[in-house]
Design a protein around this ligand. Structure first.
Ligand code: NAP
Length: 311
């Protein structure tokens, strides 16, 4: 039997609709949430992401503005941009699109963002608030994963959760969120011994690795819920065959585009899992939806307005 597909597009649409309704109410009361995105230089991938974020803001009614310092900007130049955005009351969220050019001290810039406006949830203050279970701003992708689990009624408390990957952006915060939701959490990484055996313990397996199709059926307990965070472009024919041999739809994409998007989970896992997020259309759409939700959350927290609890 194949797994239930956890439709990230559908869940993201629900969240965006809720956010749009909240923005409408707030705007009617004279507070329109605002997001400032800082994009340094001309990284084509970053430009695409930022365009998506600005468009999503427009759709839900959030005010947005884009700041585009030159590729040659210094740490000092960017500190000034951040200081000005921190000061302006109509800006609730500040997002610095990464990566920054090599001459810029990225950590210094991220530390300079007012934690109350840190809609990416990367500031050490927000990391600390999350780990001590206090209200704060939670990184978007992990927050989105929790929405998928909760809205799909996947039990979390008391379950064995294994997270593969320990980045500050995904692995660590999702491990903390699952722990806060009373799962028994193990975090695997590149130095973990016998990773497949560790993963086979999981009722909930989160793969945030950045290795195309690494998680095969050998890593899975039958019936587990699998959250595939990975986004990898496969352009190599042999690798494509390992993952998608016999899949006519993917073959068509691969032939026309020369590559196809694949997660960290091998497609064969869908035959064994209880539920699984697809790639594309799983975790990805939640990341921008949660950025919108975080901007509204920041606007409310800064003004002491009580929040709707999500899901
Ligand atoms: P990252 O910073 O590169 O971290 C990758 C993690 O995977 C590291 O902790 C690394 O272990 C671990 N790892 C790498 N190779 C491994 C192996 N062979 N066995 C076990 N663990 C291994 O990546 P990230 O930023 O967390 O992103 C992970 C993936 O999620 C990427 O594909 C990225 O594109 C995707 N992503 C998607 C979204 C979305 O919106 N859907 C958002 C963010 C990221 P060590 O720590 O030991 O090196």
């Amino acid at each position: 039997m194949s797994a239930t597909v956890l439709d990230g597009n559908k869940i993201a649409r629900e969240i965006r609709a809720e956010v749009a309704a909240e923005v409408k109410t707030m705007s009617a009361a004279g507070v329109r949430p605002g997001l400032a995105v800082v994009l340094v230089g001309h990284n084509p991938a970053s430009e695409v992401y930022v365009r998506g974020k600005v468009r999503a803001c427009e759709e839900v009614g959030i005010y947005s503005e884009k700041h585009t310092p030159a590729r040659s900007a210094s740490t000092e130049d960017l500190m000034q941009v951040i200081a000005e955005l921190n000061r302006r009351d109509e800006i609730d969220g500040i997002l610095v699109q990464l990566p920054l050019p090599s001459q810029v001290e990225s950590k210094k810039i991220l530390l300079a963002v007012d934690p109350a406006k840190d809609v990416d949830g990367f500031h050490p203050m927000n990391v600390g608030l999350l780990s001590t279970q206090r209200p704060g701003l939670v990184p978007c992708t992990p927050a989105g994963i929790m929405e998928i689990l909760r809205r799909s009624r996947i039990p979390i408390a008391g379950q064995e959760a294994v997270v593969v990957g320990r980045s500050d952006i995904v692995g660590k915060p999702i491990a903390m969120l699952l722990l806060n939701a009373n799962a028994t959490v193990t975090v695997g990484h590149s130095k973990t011994r016998d990773l497949s055996q560790v993963c086979r313990r999981a009722d909930i397996l989160v793969a945030a690795i950045g290795r195309a199709g690494m998680i095969t059926r050998d890593y899975l307990k039958r019936g587990a819920t699998v959250i595939d965070v990975g986004m990898n472009q496969v352009a190599d024919r042999a690798e494509f065959e390992r993952l998608f041999a016999g899949n006519a739809k993917r073959e068509e994409i691969f032939r026309t585009k020369g590559s196809t998007l694949v997660g960290d989970v091998h497609p064969e896992v869908a035959e064994l899992a209880g539920a699984i997020t697809p790639v594309p259309g799983g975790v990805g759409p939640l990341t921008i939806a949660m950025l919108m939700a975080n901007t509204v959350r920041a606007a409310k927290m800064r003004r002491g307005v009580p929040e709707l609890s999500r899901a």
